[in-house]
Design a binder for this molecule. Structure first.
Ligand SMILES: [Zn+2]
Length: 88
């Protein structure tokens, strides 16, 4: 994947599922989020050329998590079963 500027979600699958999720910004909180199984992002590379990248599974979840951050949203704003988990 090239360097990515101004990414935006362009497409989300209607098919969703609860996924376990955490974030370095709110460690050690973990919960479950209702995420689309597939997501497509439109962004610009370092030459200003538009490109698109689709993903499913974990990468689709990451697209949604990270673009949420760009919009000021943390996963705990919409997650369920949020709790502290101590990782050794
Ligand atoms: Zn995060």
């Amino acid at each position: 994947m090239p360097k990515t500027f101004n990414p935006k979600i362009s497409k989300l699958s209607r098919d969703k599922e609860w996924m376990p999720e955490g974030c370095l910004s709110v460690r050690p909180l973990y919960g479950k989020t209702w995420r689309s199984k597939k997501a497509t992002v439109v962004a610009y590379d370092e030459d200003g050329k538009k490109f698109q990248r689709g993903a499913s599974g974990l990468l689709a979840q990451i697209f949604q998590h990270e673009t949420d951050h760009l919009n000021g949203i943390l996963f705990i704003d919409h997650a369920k079963d949020v709790k502290e988990e101590k990782l050794s």
